[in-house]
Design a protein around this ligand. Structure first.
Ligand SMILES: [Zn+2]
Ligand SMILES: [Zn+2]
Length: 251
């Protein structure tokens, strides 16, 4: 397997091609592929889970947040998690194509301008040192730094990941939550208002665990910002099927 930095270097030196359709383009995605990405709409205000048609008319919150609200106040996920977005995030995160990550963050940053006014600092979801060695970078930190250039918000690194979890995508919501608790430890007093930054929110268990730590330490306002939010399994359309790697697209 090529190391992330080698992949990133080749993408810097070679003529640029759209990562989705592979047609030549100046930078980022070609206009047609850029237009194919869909911003997330009709999602729960607190956790950003896409709402079912029956829920949209009646409430701004999903059933989970009405029943047992998470410790964070609101969530903003920029894109709907679909075939193209799953592919792009994989290119960014696992293949080290940082230009793809930077491109995805650009439109997201524009939508966060107003929200950023109510936040003092961003907390990228910390990774374990072993993950950082394997991947070469922390994708959440990369996203936060990309947002920082446009939002002028400082990064806050007051949480450490002390142990690595298992492959979380294969676990149920309850098991995943139990598995994540205890992975993180607070090392500094948090700012009054924080945005937790991640690449994809899946069950929200990681964000919930971090938010509980922040809240216990006196943080008053906690948001979650991510590139995308996967739908709850009961809302997954025929477009997706869940396998041992999590969501994948039916061929
Ligand atoms: Zn394209
Ligand atoms: Zn919700």
């Amino acid at each position: 397997m090529r190391h992330a930095w080698l992949s990133a270097l080749s993408h810097t030196l070679l003529p640029h091609h759209c990562p989705l359709c592979e047609n030549a383009t100046e930078s980022g995605l070609c206009a047609a592929c850029a237009a194919s990405l869909v911003p997330l709409r009709d999602a729960c205000e607190q956790c950003a889970e896409p709402l079912a048609t029956t829920e949209i008319a009646g409430t701004l919150l999903c059933a989970h947040c009405l029943d047992a609200p998470p410790c964070f106040d609101s969530t903003y996920c920029h894109y709907r998690y679909d075939t193209n977005l799953a592919f792009l995030i994989q290119r960014f995160k696992d293949k080290g194509q940082l230009g793809v990550g930077r491109w995805l963050c650009r439109a997201m940053a524009e939508q966060l301008q107003v929200r950023a006014l109510g936040v003092e600092a961003m907390l990228p979801v910390p990774d374990h040192w072993r993950s950082r060695c394997q991947r070469g970078f922390n994708q959440a930190e990369f996203i936060a730094k990309s947002l920082q250039q446009r939002l002028n918000l400082p990064l806050w690194a007051g949480v450490r990941k002390r142990r690595q979890g298992s492959k979380q995508k294969t676990l149920s919501r309850a098991l995943r939550r139990a598995e994540i608790q205890g992975q993180f430890v607070l090392t500094q007093r948090p700012p009054r208002s924080v945005a937790i930054v991640d690449d994809v929110v899946t069950t929200g268990a990681t964000a919930s665990t971090l938010a509980e730590l922040l809240r216990e330490a006196g943080c008053e306002h906690i948001e979650v910002w991510a590139l995308a939010r996967t739908p709850h399994p009961k809302h997954v359309s025929a477009f997706f099927t869940q396998n041992s790697e999590g969501y994948s697209v039916q061929e």
